[in-house]
Design a protein around this ligand. Structure first.
Ligand SMILES: Nc1ncnc2c1ncn2[C@@H]1O[C@H](COP(=O)(O)OP(=O)(O)O)[C@@H](O)[C@H]1O
Ligand SMILES: [Mg+2]
Length: 322
């Protein structure tokens, strides 16, 4: 089952429950009455307080999907499948990515989260055996259209990887790299402004303003990751893709990056792959659960964690699987 053809991201079970797996028949099932899942979800959703998935998100403010004004999705993905040679890694994925919202992709290792993320900026093109079918539009434009300039596409989509990947350049040059390539600054002072504002928004300016010409590789892991985020936003992308951006960071650095994600979503659509369900609960407004190449379910993060519709999702979030 796909998301609705209108432009609203909608709570929808994507794969029908398999025999013996159906637990809920609809959204009327009471939140909190769901045994282990709801207990676990209460733990996941409550303690943070740093950021809101509970009660204050755009999705939860709107009481139901039907009352929400139609939102034009940033990405609209329909029936996306990916094959590596003869092996199918993703099966008919349909979902929308909404603006100013964080979509978390969770699921056991090897279920296709990174593969799906790489579809969105056509990074799978760089893998010779990879073949993608289906449709993906970014702001209504087909990203697989033959006339589309892939370099331009990638400039519209920032990407942050699992391990910080600073270029062997100064902090300044790391952040200025994209703006230079894309000719975004007409003068040095304009470039200085872009570097300063990107580092400021990445929450790093005060820590590095006196050593902009030092190598980016000399920063701590958490600082490097924030520098990579500054580098990603320096080209003013429309979307930021993050593939387990905190998995190499300590808890303090992770908290800073999560705070940053929360701030960035005021302006960007963000798709984040995470193996941490606590992180998904803290930073995202919508969650998609993948399993063995299928999108099992997608919906408001609060709902997916408190009232999963599919047995596989529940097993995963309660720690029985994965
Ligand atoms: N470059 C590749 N070549 C062949 N198979 C791949 C490649 N990348 C991923 N796969 C396979 O595709 C499936 C999904 O992988 P991946 O997207 O990395 O999952 P996840 O990010 O959820 O851990 C796995 O079975 C993996 O082995
Ligand atoms: Mg991965």
């Amino acid at each position: 089952m796909n998301e609705t053809p209108d432009t609203r991201p909608l709570d929808s079970a994507v794969v029908p429950p398999r025999p013996g797996e159906a637990r809920q028949t609809g959204r009327e099932a009471s939140v909190g009455g769901h045994g282990a899942a709801s207990e676990r979800a209460a733990r996941l959703l409550k303690p943070s307080g740093r950021r809101g998935t509970s009660g204050t998100t755009p999705e939860s403010r709107a009481a139901t999907a039907d009352q929400r004004p139609a939102v034009t999705p940033v990405f609209h993905c329909k029936d996306v499948s990916v094959f590596y040679g003869a092996k199918q890694a993703l099966r008919g994925i349909s979902l929308d990515v909404a603006p100013r919202q964080v979509l978390a992709m969770i699921g056991p290792s090897g279920c296709g989260k990174s593969t799906f993320l790489r579809c969105l900026n056509r990074m799978n093109d760089t893998i010779p055996s990879a073949r993608t079918t289906g449709t993906i539009t970014l702001d209504g434009q087909d990203i697989f259209a033959p006339e589309l300039d892939v370099a331009q596409l990638r400039a519209r989509i920032g990407m942050v990887f699992q391990k910080p990947n600073p270029f062997p350049k100064s902090i300044y040059d790391n952040v200025a790299y994209g703006p230079r390539i894309h000719g975004m600054a007409r003068s040095r002072s304009q470039l200085d402004d872009i570097v300063c504002s990107s580092l400021t928004r990445a929450g790093l300016w005060n820590e590095v303003k006196d050593r902009l010409s030092s190598p980016g590789t000399g920063l701590s892991g958490g600082q490097q990751q924030r520098m990579c985020i500054a580098r990603a936003i320096a080209v003013q992308p429309e979307v930021i893709l993050m593939d387990e951006p905190c998995s190499a960071l300590d808890p303090v650095a992770t908290a800073r990056v999560e705070d940053l994600i929360d701030e960035l979503r005021e302006q960007y659509a963000i798709v984040i792959v995470t193996h941490s369900m606590q992180q998904a609960a803290r930073v995202s407004q919508r969650t998609a659960y993948f399993h063995l190449g299928d999108l099992i379910e997608i919906g408001d993060t609060d709902r997916v964690f408190t009232n999963p519709r599919h047995r596989l999702t529940e097993d995963y979030i309660t720690g029985r699987f994965g």
